[in-house]
Structure formats: structure tokens, C-alpha cells
Design a protein around this ligand. Sequence first.
Ligand code: ZN
Ligand code: ZN
Length: 450
Amino acid sequence: MSRLFQRPAAPAELLIRGAHVLDPRTDLDEPHDILIRAGTIAELGSPGSLPAPAEGEVIDGAGKHAFPGFVDPHVHLRAPGQEYKETIETGTAAAAAGGFCAVLAMPNTSPVVDDPAVLRSLVDTARLTARVPVGFLASITRRLQGDKLTEMAALRDAGALGFTDDGNPVVSAGMLRKALQYQRLAGGVVALHEEDPALSSDGVMHEGAVSARLGLAGIPSLSESTMVARDAALARYEHARVHFQHLSCIESVEALAQAKRSGARISGEACPHHLTLTDDVVRTLDTRFKMNPPLRCESDRAALVQALASGVIDCVATDHAPHAQHEKEVPFEEAPMGTTGSETAFPALYTELVMTGELELDTLVARMTAGAALFDLPTPRVATGEPANLCLIDLEASFEVGAAGYVSRSQNCCFHGRSLHGRVLLTVAAGQVAFQAPLPTPARAPATRR
Ligand SMILES: [Zn+2]
Ligand SMILES: [Zn+2]
């Protein structure tokens, strides 16, 4: 059964001419023509070799890069219940604008996705409105309260890709152990937001020199890493598949690496904001920098990048967390946690990590797509005969984040106002054109002589 859902649209008929195709999994790294016929990659050829299709559009890819479409295993689409922040339609449109060809939505909605009926109605909405295929995770415990398991098998039957209480940790080791035992029957990955509330308490930012200076309550790294270590041990003991969400600190990376060496079936993700920013920016008290887990310090950031490069951290996830402006325009202590990230993930990582030499471009592309396999979904590939899942990006073009507004319904982006390279021009998802940037305005005609 397919566990990804989207609205029907006409299959793409396209010729992308002369784009530099980079797909680490097919070993392609040179300019190609890409012919997409009826939504499938029909032919790859040397630049200028493929004839324009009788029907459909020809896109000039010269000087641009074509990558396999990105897969985001962690977004908040806010439906049902908080559609003033985001909807399945606007959230998947934002993802498409960021080069993503699939996203996985978290269940901490209102009501929580803890019941097959709620999940089925989301699937129905996705089938009518989702611009890119969307998969749904259901909650591990009822109402995310940590004390009663959901009916995991019934939720899998209704289409759940996996389970998470994201927003909350599963505090009780006994409860998580039980969930991992049920996972063996139900299947699907158990994804974990790791946080010990006894340690994070009422913290609003990373506990360190900056929080001390600002006099703000801190969240120690220990709050995350002790739970990663505990749950990796549980996963190993139960032979369960566990995925660690939004890892933020060096201690968690070390716990993950050690558990992987011991043979646990675990994986981990990191977010663009944790990979590129530190708690230093919180000095501005701009609430766009308030998220959970919090931005940590430079040694944490560097460790995350290194782990992403080595594969200890398996994939990039945005944790796209939209909030309305009025909710974020309050004092730092009172603001809700979260930043949007779908539209800026690739440009931020390309600009801050690849252009600076910290990360190779092909590694970044591999990690932007690796979330698929972790959730048993096919990995997008630029290869003949594959369904067209790709994005066309101009690495040279820079833009100011937010200057032209956002596709997301919300604007709480931690990269707001930054100048980033890597403009997404086109996203084809599951054979359909999901996003196409407005054509650049033609150079102004010379002024008439006065
Ligand atoms: Zn979370
Ligand atoms: Zn989240």
C-alpha cells in the first residue's frame, strides 16, 4: 500500500535542456538533457541531443543544477485544527518551493492524530490538496500524554508511515518499550523527540554562557543526550527501529555513533537551523530563533555538520514549524517554539556549509534525500525509467529570504532577511510539476530618448 498522498494533476511533459545533473546515487555529475514524458524520466542525453517534445515545455537548464527531489521526514502542517498557521495545501506548496518532492507530517495537531478516523480524514484532504506527496505519522501515545498507547496496528492500516509523539518526549521508558514491542507487529518507524522534561524544565534557550548573560532559563544539552542514550539502548534490546529527530548537540551525536557501532537499528536527523546557527543569535531576542531543541553552541554545530558528513546523522529534516505572527510577536520567554524551514533548507545549507567548504555538495544532496529510505519510501533518483522526482536549482542566484514573501502561510523563518544562494526554479514531484519559479523579469527596455 502506498503511504504517500497527493492531489491528482496532469503528468509533466518537459524537456530540461543542459542542466548539470548531480545524483550521488546514480553517479551522475555532468550536464544532461532530461526528457520527462507522462511524468516519467523518459530519456537522459548529452546537452542539446534530445529533441523538444511535441507537447510540453522546454526549460533552459544551462548553468543550473538538477538534483533528485529532496525528502523531508519532519514537517508540521498544522492540520487539523490550526489552519491559521498552515494547511496541507500551503505547507506542501512551501515544501515544493524548497525543492522537496515528499514530506512527512507530524501528528501533534488538534485533535492529535491518535485515531484512525483522524488519519483517514487527513488522507482525504491530502488527496484533494497536497502539492507534493505527503505521508503521515501517528502518535505513539493517546493525546501525546505518554500514558496510553495508540492502536498502532489500526493506524498503520489507515496509512500511518510511523509513530511519534513529536513536541513531547516519551518520558516513561516502560511506555516506550511497550511501543517498540507493538512496532514489531505493526511495522513503521518510531521517531523520537528526545527531551527529559525534568532537565529542560522551563528553559527557553540553550543553557550556556549566552543564557547566563541574558538571564534566561536554559535547556541543557543533557536533556536530549541522556534520552538518546536511553532510547538507543531500548531499541537495541527490543530489536526495534528508532529514528531520532532534530538532534542538536555533540553529546547526542556521540550517543548515536556509539549505539550505531553496537548494532542498534537507529537513525538520526539534523535540521538546517542547528547545522548553521548558534545560540549567539539569540542575543537579539528575536523570537524566530526560539525553537525546541534550542540553537546550541559552535562546538555542537560543528559536531552536527561532521556527523552529517560522515553519515552518523543520516539525513536533513527541517522541523518546519509554522506559527502566526501574533503568536511570535511577544517577549522571548512567552513565544512558542519553532521556525519555518521548508523554503530555505537547501539554500541555507548550500550557502552556509557548501560554499564555506564545510560540506561537499554531493553529500548535501545525498542527505537531503536520505529520509525516504529511513521510512521505507523509494529514494528519488534521476535515472531513465524513474518517476520524475527532481528539482532544478540556480546555485549562483542569490535572494533575500522573505523579501518576496513566503509560500508558507507563516513567516517565522529563522533565516529571514539573510541573503542565500541556491534559488529553486522548478520542482517535479511524483511526475507532476509542483513548483515553478516565476520567470525572471526581462531586462528593462532601454529608456526612450528624452
Ligand atoms: Zn520535536
Ligand atoms: Zn517537530
